[in-house]
Design a protein around this ligand. Structure first.
Ligand SMILES: [Mn+2]
Length: 468
């Protein structure tokens, strides 16, 4: 990793120089958790360098319509998969910082007389799906100006991009960025049970949402409380419900052993060896944030950013990420609440109407009542109500005035540990019916022509014969 990084570093030095020479800078960053965090890093960096700049968060389809006017334009967490090189006559200088698979070969820069610099991790054999995020790339640029204290944001963006999901911890360049954060005293990596809501959720609630495999405790708070009682683990301190981060190491290892037993009994034999990886992993705590605040835990923080992004208020997340608390934080918490309420309501809608339809190798729900921005989140949450051994697919129109469908797939991590990469499968299947897609092994999606959605499901179901 160090060697690859040393080579890529030269490109970042070039970008450093381009920024030093520019006075008027426009940033376009992707409007998801990773992209918003990346944009925040770049904006903090430019503030400190006293460079005039604007940040705009956009969806990928907006790139073609941009007119490039500033002296320097930075594309962040996007750009490598789009025709950025065709925008205007390159009167503006362009920097791309991306970790998605690139369209152009690296060599393209050489013909641009120093006006076009594309830094993509894949050029250096660094896998952008789990070794570095968009925010990581932004941080590595900030690092050339010695802004090591922005490293915690690089950790946050990687977690927001689910890069630690399959390895169980941050690896590759992500780990290098983590080390910066640890050395600055800003991040604490903790080996912990992998329950969501370490700072804010009562532990019995967190336990009941333990997904991936359906157990008696799954979606059942009474059973979860019962299990904790049986293990002699109090659910409250005085009157306050205990959260995961309140538990002692001994209590956590009791839960670990119990889950290990339950899961090993429940899963098919071929999966048993992966069970420990499902139950525990590395969590990341931000030491400057108050205990019991959702900002204290990387995973909970990223949900709050997603809530802002999915309700089209990335500017609120930007403020919080750049250090505002107070009002901006109140707004963020309000959006998180709304986000949670919206998701719960849509979950009820699916369950009450029994909308999950089983096919041979997959299951799906038609989600036209659900905003396309959260169809994947809902799919992930509803998986534990369906058949966890199959992937679940949700689809909904991209937006009201287009007939394109957004399709999202989620599955248990056990399927990925067993070697299935749904991102790659979905990409192939979508391409066959005039769509496009891709993503992670357990969380991916596609855009497909609306009239072809049944074809998509049929081909995918058939493709999975003998794979699952
Ligand atoms: Mn990204």
């Amino acid at each position: 990793m160090d060697k690859k990084f040393e080579i890529m570093k030269k490109a970042f030095e070039k970008a450093n120089e381009m920024i030093n020479n520019a006075e008027n800078i426009q940033i376009y960053s992707h409007i998801d958790c990773d992209g918003i965090t990346a944009g925040s890093i770049l904006s903090s960096m430019l503030d400190r360098l006293e460079k005039d700049h604007q940040v705009e968060f956009i969806t990928l389809d907006k790139i073609d319509d941009l007119s490039i006017e500033n002296e320097l334009t930075i594309f962040s967490d996007l750009g490598s998969g789009q025709n950025v090189h065709k925008l205007g006559d390159l009167s503006s200088k362009i920097i791309i910082l991306d970790h998605h698979p690139p369209l152009r070969p690296m060599i393209y820069d050489k013909h641009s007389s120093g006006k076009f610099l594309e830094i993509n991790s894949h050029y250096y054999d660094i896998d952008g799906s789990f070794e570095v995020s968009g925010g990581g790339m932004a941080y590595l640029l900030a690092r050339t100006f010695d802004f090591y204290d922005l490293s915690w944001l690089g950790v946050l963006s990687a977690v927001g991009d689910m890069q630690n999901n399959i390895p169980g911890k941050l690896v590759g360049l992500n780990q290098k960025i983590l080390v910066d954060g640890v050395q600055k005293g800003l991040v604490d990596p903790i080996h912990d049970l992998s329950f969501y809501g370490r700072q804010t959720r009562p532990v019995y609630v967190a336990l009941s949402y333990f997904g991936d495999v359906k157990l008696p405790i799954t979606n059942n708070k009474n059973e979860s409380i019962h299990m904790l009682n049986k293990l002699g683990i109090p659910t409250k301190n005085d009157k306050k419900a205990r959260v995961l981060s309140d538990l002692t190491k001994e209590e956590k290892s009791l839960i670990f052993s119990e889950l290990l037993k339950m899961l090993s009994r429940e899963v098919p034999k071929k999966y048993v060896k992966y069970v420990p990886k499902l139950i525990s992993g590395e969590s990341y705590e931000f030491l400057e944030e108050i205990k019991y605040s959702p900002l204290r835990d990387a995973s909970e923080f990223s949900t709050a950013i997603n809530a802002c992004s999915r309700h089209k208020h990335p500017e609120i997340a930007l403020k919080v990420l750049k250090g505002s608390r107070g009002h901006a934080l109140d707004e963020m918490e309000q959006l998180t609440l709304e986000h949670r309420r919206y998701l719960a309501q849509k979950m009820d809608w699916i369950r009450e109407e029994e909308r999950i339809i089983q096919m041979h190798n997959l299951q799906y729900f038609e989600g036209s009542e659900i905003k396309s921005e959260v169809i994947g989140t809902v799919a992930g949450m509803i998986l534990s109500y369906g058949d966890w051994k199959k992937p679940i697919i949700g689809f909904t129109p991209v937006n009201d005035d287009e007939d394109g469908m957004k399709v999202s797939l989620r599955c248990s991590r056990l399927l990925a540990y067993d070697g299935i990469h749904f991102g790659n499968i979905v990409r192939k299947v979508a391409a066959k019916i005039g769509g496009s897609g891709g993503g992670h092994s357990v969380a991916c999606g596609a855009y497909v022509p609306g009239e072809n959605i049944n074809k998509f499901l049929g081909i995918l179901d058939e493709y999975l014969n003998g794979v699952i």
